[in-house]
Design a protein around this ligand. Structure first.
Ligand SMILES: Cc1ncc(COP(=O)(O)O)c(C=O)c1O
Length: 475
């Protein structure tokens, strides 16, 4: 799929659309003239004009005779956010295999689908090319050593880089606090295996990513879904109540930009969450795989930053920020370090040596920071553009999240729409989406879908228009 959003005029249009979306420019406000935009952005008047034509076409601005451009007073209406979720209050068995086999396995193998489904980063904009160059250079310099095992806890140079970067999320880690893994998925599986036995109950957010549910499924664990707010994440009152009524072995959450909600637990709630779990001696498995992709200036903290008892097991990877194909992740297991090292050793001995060194060198070279800043800005624009397309083309009774980071949106469709039916119909039209069924073991979200904005393009916009027609027909 082409990534046409590299055109300057589209970028300018997306930025102004975002300013309208966030309320900086309100209905009726005049926006900068073509001349001003061309001066501010060092682009030609024609490019500025193209950007404004696009905004007009999207129904966001209008030209008024001789007096410039204004935000339209009748903007495509902003869709409300979904309510806080209200899942089943009891633990439940998890059985996701058939659904995930149908949806996830099939879609990701079709190169020609318009990819609004799997939560993969944009492969064209990811740092893969630069990483590959670094990898080739590391391979030349290290020679035969790249063919050797890098046993647990993994490449020291990489652990040093991860420890240094952890300061930004409020942690004070040393390289020896970290174990390198083969992606966040392995980190989470190791943590669950270290602390749970088959039949145990694990607290999860509702909705929660199906990668977490699959881990519970395969390990024979029960899920206890907790009401989760689309902005602030897991409800601490609901969690307290659940812990008072059920025996729970672990709590598994995505603290920053949860997939699919995009919720981010405020810092004070993270502290309270850690205190609550520590007071009951329940380990927290914290997934921070989206934490680097924040839209505001400051990176959100992690719950691990408030952990002085070692109960938080922080899991992450470079899959969303750099390249999922490198399969490099890590875990900071706190007081479960020795179990995690043992489980990692007995599961896979080590992670791929060359990939670890390549990422370590990429981070140490200073290339990562400007790159990730660019990705944050790009995903923010793409999420804004996808949100606007949903507003324009989906029925007005839909609801839509407003994530502060990451690249996925969670859409509540009219109650009559079955997301699996829509998924199959969309697939026949060449469009991949993720049906809501995959985000709960109890089918809470049959009329929800998750959309990935990472591959935003003209084709994606057309696909949203097409989906809108299908949804209206099913509603
Ligand atoms: C919340 C979340 N955690 C983990 C993963 C997988 O991470 P990794 O590729 O590092 O195993 C995904 C992938 O979609 C995800 O959305």
């Amino acid at each position: 799929m082409s990534d046409s959003k590299n055109y300057k005029y589209e970028r300018i249009a997306d930025e102004i659309a975002h300013l309208i979306d966030s309320g900086t420019f309100r209905p009726g406000d005049d926006i900068p003239s073509l001349r001003e935009i061309s001066r501010q952005r060092s682009v030609s008047i024609t490019t500025a004009q193209q950007a404004y034509y696009l905004l007009e076409a999207r129904g966001l601005i209008e030209a008024r005779d001789r007096s410039g451009f204004y935000v339209r007073t009748a903007l495509p209406s902003a869709l409300p956010e979904p309510d806080i979720s209200a899942p089943d209050p009891d633990p439940t068995e998890v059985s996701m295999r058939d659904l995930v086999t149908e949806v996830s396995f099939a879609d990701t193998r079709h190169p020609n689908l318009v990819q609004l489904g799997a939560a993969h980063p944009n492969p064209h904009q990811a740092a893969t090319k630069a990483l590959n160059r670094t990898m080739a250079s590391v391979a030349r310099r290290m020679g035969y050593r790249t063919g050797m095992y890098n046993y647990v806890p993994g490449c020291e140079a990489l652990r040093v880089q991860i420890a240094q970067r952890s300061l930004a999320s409020g942690c004070k880690l040393g390289p020896d606090d970290i174990v390198i893994t083969t992606g966040c998925t392995e980190s989470i599986n190791l943590c669950l295996r270290a602390i749970c036995r088959p039949g145990d109950t694990v607290v999860v957010e509702s909705p929660t990513g199906f990668d977490a549910l699959l881990s519970l499924d395969v390990l024979g664990l029960q899920a206890l879904e907790i009401p989760t707010h689309p902005r602030d994440g897991i409800s601490l009152d609901a969690l307290r109540f659940a812990l008072d009524h059920h025996a729970v072995s672990a709590c598994l959450i995505v603290s920053n930009y949860n997939n699919p909600l995009g919720s981010c637990i405020p810092d004070e709630n993270k502290r309270e969450l850690v205190d609550l779990l520590a007071s009951r001696d329940i380990p927290l498995i914290e997934n921070d795989v989206f934490g680097e992709l924040h839209f505001q200036d400051r990176r959100p903290s992690v719950a691990k930053a408030y952990d002085d008892k070692g109960i938080v097991m922080l899991c992450s990877s470079f899959s969303k920020s750099l390249s999922p194909g490198y399969r490099v992740g890590w875990v900071v297991p706190g007081r479960f370090m020795s179990s995690i090292r043992w489980l990692k050793y007995t599961t896979s001995l080590a992670s791929p040596t060359l990939a670890e060194y390549a990422i370590a060198e990429f981070l140490a070279s200073g290339s990562y920071d400007p790159y990730i800043r660019r990705m944050r800005r790009m995903y923010e624009r793409y999420v804004g553009a996808l949100s606007q397309a949903v507003r324009r083309f989906f029925p007005p009774e839909c609801r839509l999240t407003r994530p502060g980071g990451g690249f996925v949106l969670w859409v509540q469709l009219p109650a009559q729409v079955d997301s699996l039916h829509l998924y199959r119909q969309a697939l026949r039209a060449g469009i991949a989406i993720t049906p809501g069924y995959l985000f709960s073991p109890t089918n809470q979200y049959r009329n929800f879908i998750r959309l990935n904005a990472a591959n935003w393009s003209d084709e994606a916009e057309q696909a949203i228009q097409h989906l809108g027609v299908m949804i209206a027909a099913l509603a």
